[in-house]
Design a binder for this molecule. Sequence first.
Ligand code: GCB
Length: 597
Amino acid sequence: MLKPIPTPTRELVNLDGIWRFAIDSRVGDEPWTGRLQTPLEAAVPASFNDLFTDPEIRDHVGWVYYQRTVRVPRGWAGERILLRFDAATHAARVYVDDAFMGEHVGGYTPFDIDLTDVVSAGGEFRLTVAVSGDLTNETIPPGKIEVGVTGRKKQTYFHDFYNYAGLARSVWLYSTPKLRIDDVTVVTGFEGTTGTVRYEVKAVGAGDVRVRIADAQGEVVGAAEGAGGQIEIPEVVLWKPGAAYLYDLTIELTDGGEVVDSYTLPVGVRTVEVRGYEFLINGEPFYFTGFGKHEDTPVRGKGSDDAYLVHDFQLLDWIGANSFRTSHYPYAEEVIEFADRHGIVVIDETAAVGLNMGVVGGMTGKPPFPTFSEQYANDRTRAAHAQHLRELIGRDKNHPSVVMWSIANEPASNEDGAREYFEPLVTLARELDPTRPLTYALVMFANTKNDQIIDLFDVVSLNRYYGWYVATGELDVAEDYLERDIQSWVERTGKPIMMSEYGADTQPGLHSVWDQAWTEEYQRDYLVMHHRVFDRFPQFVGEQIWNFADFATSNGVHRVDGNKKGIFTRDRRPKSAAFALRDRWRGLDGRKPGTTQ
Ligand code: GCB
């Protein structure tokens, strides 16, 4: 799916700003048939939950409405006119004046609504978007809506981060020509000093395709004709972790010799491969350092924010991190583009978090009923998961920073039915993208004896909390558990292994001379212990700490003002462990600690 960008043949108007806002229980049944009668206004992009002081809005279950007036630019006569929602969390229904125009389910991937037949250049229309943050066992991520004794609906879910909802990413009105470039897929490689860019263009309507590639100075270094083909780049400059280099691939659709559509895509030339127990980027072993992150900031919730985007990447650089996982959902495409430009490596994760009834069973991991059953993760859940995978890979397939797909976080891979559920999804992901390795983040109840799906994947990503949820305050015991656990995966799989989550909640300012949970020293020593263990395993390919920053969680007694496993606080101040990490990570250049190659 092509991101809307201005080109010589395309225009776009940003619709961010202040929109009228209401929740369904405060307005009539069909608020889109007129001006929304509401005193409230909401910021877009932002999750709506933390904008208002009213608790009924914050934890609202059901639809909320966003509305604004939109004017179509005068010059768009004869063009296709579309709305692009970068995301609407988790479902949206879109109305133009009184008419229903379309809907989308899935809260973290973009969608278009085609308005060509209903709006006109220079005209104005009322845009109403109904958005629902509801989660059920057939959505990705799953959740459950319960009705309490007071008759009020309550949303519960099987992940700890707060279920922020609304229009948290940008909204656009854009034009394309009728005869158009609909999609492009690139796959890059290199042989010696010659780079290759294989491309495939999908065009709608007749027309011929020609492409050219320019280097970072704008000099054209290769060209080709036809909807599919390969361009060679002599003396290629590779895209490398920590040393991004992007070419511009310009695609032109011509009709009778005249350019009718054109689109420019940044392209990084690099390869990714898993070989034995190594994870190779451009044929060289790569060691991931970094974090599982969240899109989470005060007031805006999951709302995109360029200032935080820039600052977070500054902090990644400051601490020497070379990568992150988009835990636990696809992030805004601007984040991935930023990573492309700055050489940060991304593990791109779907929103499939919580496919695990074992987490409801607490530390016993005993599910109250089977996860993979009609009652919970059923065929319709899997269909939603498959659709989500299509949309994620469709959006992010061309980003050089994305080196692996994580198709779920902590699914019940230890339960019966896991294989039947995941095998078709793995097949689909490999069809959609045969070039990138696949992984999933393994829950602690899934061990080498009971996990049923690891052989389908390329990399073992372990989420483990030895020294936190298990053996709390006993780092020597935790060290022993951790080492045995990793050793068992080495023996079972022969695949590369990385730690996709390990972390300790830490209250900034709390100190102790003993191994005391929640103190800054404990977080630091907990990490030092882990790193000692990782460095004993040549099969280990990376460490991503849980979490980059503290983040908001659902209400409950097990968290004090959110999850505090951040190395940075929610307002991005470093805790003590940040300095120890900086000492370990800086200057590694993607090499495994203690190695020179
Ligand atoms: C996990 C989850 C993550 C939680 C984390 C925690 O295993 O994957 O979403 O936030 O544990 O802190 O408990």
